[in-house]
Design a protein around this ligand. Structure first.
Ligand SMILES: NC(=O)c1ccc[n+]([C@@H]2O[C@H](COP(=O)([O-])OP(=O)(O)OC[C@H]3O[C@@H](n4cnc5c(N)ncnc54)[C@H](OP(=O)(O)O)[C@@H]3O)[C@@H](O)[C@H]2O)c1
Length: 253
């Protein structure tokens, strides 16, 4: 009997923001699947630590890059192609939030959140799409959030940016379909990483959050990694323009 696998052996994947949290776990699992992996982050120290954890030898590369800066994104893709020759999958994993209301936010704060989440995801997707269009193959997967669908206090600008990424996913899916490039997203509820630690490390707050999740817990990074690996695989070749909710059923109401 032939068993199905993700079939990622030899594929080249860029994971933005792979120095910790979901991105690091994803990079680990991509390497374990036999893929070659490029991670990026703004801080070189974080990338060095991540490379040590990944222990991927010449199958792993880290590039210091701020995804909202075009020159940095160019460098990320140039170094990837120089080392590995192509890009089979891009995972837009970078995301950040600054706790703020929408009404009273300073315009510079609004821009910062939109740039790091939306503009950066577009700059990376655009660069990947140009390469993948030539290759006539590729996968782009973005990590959005349940905040794209449910307005939450102090996460409004983040939610607006993530919702825009969901629309960009549909738009790119249509634009790239003639070139056999599939574009999808994964939208988690709270995931146990440093990003959300102020929430899940507070027992009372955690109980409140979990009350709204039918499966009775927040997500672990593995819960997000599995659907992303699937969406990067040839098995997902007929799925495009979709967002998979990884939220323990929270949106199934
Ligand atoms: N954790 C959650 O509860 C949760 C829930 C729903 C969705 N998400 C989404 O899941 C994704 C990953 O979240 P996470 O919890 O793993 O985050 P995290 O632990 O905060 O890690 C973020 C990663 O992104 C990098 N990064 C941040 N801004 C960057 C930029 N402008 N350019 C390049 N790299 C940048 C960070 O490295 P540097 O600091 O060195 O740049 C780090 O590697 C995000 O898109 C987030 O919005 C998370």
């Amino acid at each position: 009997m032939n068993y199905l696998s993700y079939g990622l052996e030899g594929k080249v994947a860029i994971v933005t923001g792979g120095s910790r949290g979901i991105g690091l776990d994803l990079a680990k699992n991509l390497l374990a699947q036999g893929a070659r992996v490029v991670i990026c982050g703004r801080k070189q120290a974080g990338l060095n630590d991540a490379l040590a954890v990944l222990d991927g030898g010449d199958q792993a590369l880290a590039v210091a890059a701020h995804i909202a800066k075009e020159a940095d994104v160019d460098r990320l893709f140039d170094q990837t192609v120089e080392r590995f020759g192509r890009v089979d999958a891009l995972v837009n994993n970078v995301g950040m939030n600054l706790i703020t209301g929408v009404v009273d936010a300073d315009p510079s704060l609004f821009s910062k959140i939109v740039e790091s989440n939306l503009t950066g995801t577009w700059l990376c997707s655009r660069k990947a799409a140009q390469l993948m269009r030539e290759q006539k193959a590729g996968k782009i997967v973005s990590i959005t959030s349940i905040a794209a669908r449910r307005a939450a206090p102090f996460m409004g600008i983040y939610g607006i940016a993530k919702a825009a990424i969901e629309m960009m996913t549909k738009t790119l899916a249509q634009e790239l379909a003639p070139f056999n490039v599939q574009v999808n997203a994964v939208a988690p509820c709270m995931v146990r990483t440093g990003f959300s630690q102020p929430f899940w490390s507070n027992d009372d707050l955690l109980k409140e959050i979990v009350r709204a999740i039918p499966l009775g817990r927040i997500a672990e990074t593995t819960d997000v990694v599995h659907p992303v690996l699937f969406l990067c695989s040839d098995g997902a070749g007929f799925i495009t323009g979709q967002t998979i909710m990884v939220d323990g059923g929270a949106s199934a109401v």
